[in-house]
Every structure is written in structure tokens, then in C-alpha cells.
Design a protein around this ligand. Structure first.
Ligand code: MLT
Length: 397
């Protein structure tokens, strides 16, 4: 038998597993220490009250024969109509018109960002920004695909635009960006859409952090850009917005007019999902739909405002220490320069050892992330305040 040798091209562990292992080792060696984790982008606020109520109601539905749901019809693999309609209304607020058949409910963005590769031949060239969320690169390396990188640097505001140097077939974009927090404006996103349409490439647009955008002139969805329906798939999530990192729910939008070589990508994705996926639980989908109700959006906005306040605290501390950083405005992430010319992992060790604060080494997001470090605003106010006090004391020493 043959094995997938492409796994040799991956790091031994996924970035956030490596960090988890390093922190656990530190805790074993220093049992009295309680490091504060500002590393993984995991939420800490509880679910919104209306989501909890909807999920309780859904559990009650399952307790009665007349409202019980099992597998349901085939369509529940893509999502119940009540949730598809909630997603449609959410997009309509940004002037984007979708139909039910274009939306596919999933267990979160990460799975779909990798699973969508089933639609494409291995020989395609993938273009991934550098630095970026490592799941894109890893999923493609596992499949043996060639990955090219678009450099995201301070010079381009961490927002690369197509420069023609790479003939890309599949392009991953993430806005607001994980890890840098940079957001594409309309002109730059239009440049990618035009490039993809000219080349016949497909953009996989990760919009998981769209609700953190605080300037309404910036696009939340790639479908706000002319021509995007002909070249883009959008992947989104309730994780960071409605606090579903543990509940698990997301959605992928594949426009009905998106075709390549005579194939409708939406039909292919439907075929793939009905074969390899059995849908998201009824209880979860009820909770997700509640998050998009008028009350849900108000309650979610309160949680996002809470995280924004943490981002403000982190920004203030970094500024006070004279450390250069970006992000934290339209994003829960702050992307800081490592002090004293340290590498990303050197600063990870230094911060953990001397301040008991955990962040994410920038080099884990790509070669251009070397010398940078990511902090998240997803902790509690109390922990963020203590972490920033420790960081300030350390860096001012
Ligand atoms: C991150 O910290 O980059 C994300 O939380 C990881 C994820 O969403 O899977």
C-alpha cells in the first residue's frame, strides 16, 4: 500500500497544538504558575441569551414525537430553511442577494476551507497570503498541491494585491485578516476579483471576522464586489461572532453562476456534502438562526464590544511600550513587532517565562510573520488587564 507522503511536508503538529504543548510543558515544570492565554482565537463570553433560549426550545422539540427531527430530508445536509433564510437576511443588509440553494450550513469555517479542495484537481496552483491562518496552507500541502505565497508586508499594509508573478488557480483571502487584522477595502478586493475572473481562478474568501468591521464603508462580504459571484466562494462562521467555537456552526456561499470547465461548483459541493457530511444538528441550527434575529444581533454586538475593549487595552499597552503593531480595530487580533530584534519563537519563550503570558509566534503564520507576534482580544477584561500589566512591566525593564 502507499501512504500520503505529503504529510512529510507538514510541521509535526498544527500551530495551535504546538503552542498548547509548549504551554502544558511550562505548566508541568512550573506548577505554581498560571499563564494567561492570549494565543488561540477562542472566545470566552457565554452564548447570547436568545441563542440559549432557542437551543433550549429546540431540545424540547426533540422531546416530542410531533416535532422530533432525525436526519430530515436531504436538504438538511445543507441547512434548515429557517437558518438559510436568516443567512439570506443577514446578507441582504449589505445589499447582497442570495438564494437558499447557494448557502450550505456547516460545522464551521475551518472544515469547509479544507473540504472545498475536493472540487479542484491536485495540479492547481494555490495562492495564499503570507502570513495567514495556517489551515489553508496545511490543507493544501496535505493534498500535495503547490502553494505560492503573496507577501503581506508593512509596505502593502499587510494586504497584497495580485502582481501577476504567480499564475494562481485557487486563491485564499481572509478579511479581516487572521493574523494581521488588516481589512481589504473595495478597490483592493476588486483587484483580486478582476484577476480571478481574467485567469479563471477561484477565490476562497474567509469572512469569519466580518462582524468585527467597524467602518461601514469596508466590505464585509466579497459579494459586495462586482464580478465576485462569477469567481468566489465565501466561507463564514458563527464562532467568533456568536461565540460558537465550541457549539460549531458556519456557512459557505457558492453562487449558482460560479462555473468552471462546464461544472457548476455549487452542484459539485452539494454532491460532495451529501456524500461526506450529514449536516449540523437541529439544536445548533436553531441557536445560529437566533443569533441572526434582531435581538440576537443586538446581543452579539455587546459581546463584540466587550472584545473590542480588550483590543483597546492591548493597543494602549503596546503604544505605552513603544512597540509597533497593527490590527485590533476591525479585528480581535493585534499583530505586534517582537522587541529587541527577537524571533517570534524567542519572544514566545521570553514572554511566557518572564511574564506568564502566551501569544502566537508570527512565524507560525508564514515566513513573513517572522519577527512578529499575535495577541488576541478574546480573553476576559480581567485577564487582559493583568496580561498587559505584566507585558508592560517586562518590556519597560
Ligand atoms: C486562531 O487562533 O487563529 C483561530 O482561532 C483558529 C481557528 O479559528 O481555528
Amino acid at each position: 500500500m502507499q501512504i500520503n507522503e505529503n504529510f512529510r511536508n507538514l510541521h509535526e503538529s498544527y500551530l495551535f497544538s504546538r503552542i498548547g504543548e509548549a504551554v502544558r510543558a511550562y505548566e508541568r515544570e512550573n506548577p505554581s504558575k498560571r499563564p494567561i492565554r492570549l494565543s488561540l482565537g477562542d472566545v470566552t463570553r457565554p452564548l447570547a441569551p436568545c441563542v440559549i433560549e432557542a437551543m433550549h426550545g429546540a431540545v424540547d422539540d426533540l422531546s416530542r414525537a410531533e416535532t422530533f427531527r432525525g436526519y430530515g430530508p436531504d436538504a438538511t445536509v445543507y441547512g434548515y430553511d429557517f437558518l438559510l433564510d436568516a443567512v439570506i437576511s443577514h446578507y441582504a443588509k449589505r445589499g447582497v442577494t442570495l438564494s437558499r440553494g447557494e448557502i450550505f450550513i456547516s460545522d464551521g469555517a475551518k472544515s469547509d476551507l479544507g473540504n472545498l479542495l475536493d472540487l479542484f484537481e491536485r495540479d492547481n496552483t494555490v495562492l495564499v497570503p503570507d502570513p495567514v491562518y495556517p489551515a489553508y496552507t496545511d490543507a493544501n500541502l496535505m493534498a500535495g498541491r503547490t502553494v505560492a505565497y503573496a507577501a503581506a508586508t508593512p509596505e502593502n499594509g499587510f494586504l497584497p494585491v495580485p502582481d501577476g508573478s504567480v499564475a494562481a488557480d485557487i486563491i485564499y483571502l481572509c478579511s479581516p485578516n487572521n493574523p494581521t487584522g488588516a481589512v481589504f477595502d473595495r478597490a483592493r478586493l476588486q483587484a483580486w476579483v478582476d484577476y480571478a475572473n481574467e485567469r479563471g481562478a477561484v477565490i476562497l474568501f474567509d469572512a469569519a471576522y466580518e462582524m468585527f468591521i467597524s467602518d461601514d464603508s469596508l466590505p464585509h462580504s466579497i459579494f459586495e464586489i462586482e464580478g465576485a459571484r462569477e469567481c468566489a466562494v465565501e466561507i463564514c462562521s458563527f464562532s467568533k461572532t456568536a461565540g460558537f467555537t465550541g457549539v460549531r456552526c458556519g456557512y459557505t456561499v457558492v453562487p449558482s453562476c460560479l462555473t468552471r470547465r462546464g461544472f457548476e461548483l455549487g452542484r459539485m459541493w452539494r454532491r460532495r456534502q451529501t456524500t461526506k457530511f450529514n449536516g449540523v444538528s437541529y439544536v445548533t441550527q436553531r441557536g445560529a438562526a437566533a443569533a441572526f434575529s434582531a435581538r440576537g444581533e443586538r446581543e452579539i454586538a455587546e459581546n463584540i464590544a466587550y472584545y473590542r475593549e480588550n483590543a483597546r487595552m492591548i493597543s494602549e499597552a503596546l503604544s505605552a511600550c513603544g512597540i509597533g503593531y497593527v490590527g485590533g480595530v476591525h479585528s480581535p487580533y493585534l499583530w505586534m513587532r517582537c522587541p529587541h530584534g527577537m524571533t517570534s519563537w524567542e519572544f514566545f519563550d521570553y514572554l511566557l517565562e518572564h511574564a506568564e503570558v502566551v501569544g502566537t509566534p508570527g512565524s507560525g503564520f508564514g515566513a513573513n510573520g517572522e519577527g512578529y507576534f499575535r495577541l488576541t482580544a478574546f480573553s476576559s477584561h480581567e485577564e487582559t488587564a493583568v496580561a498587559m500589566q505584566r507585558l508592560t512591566e517586562l518590556l519597560r525593564r
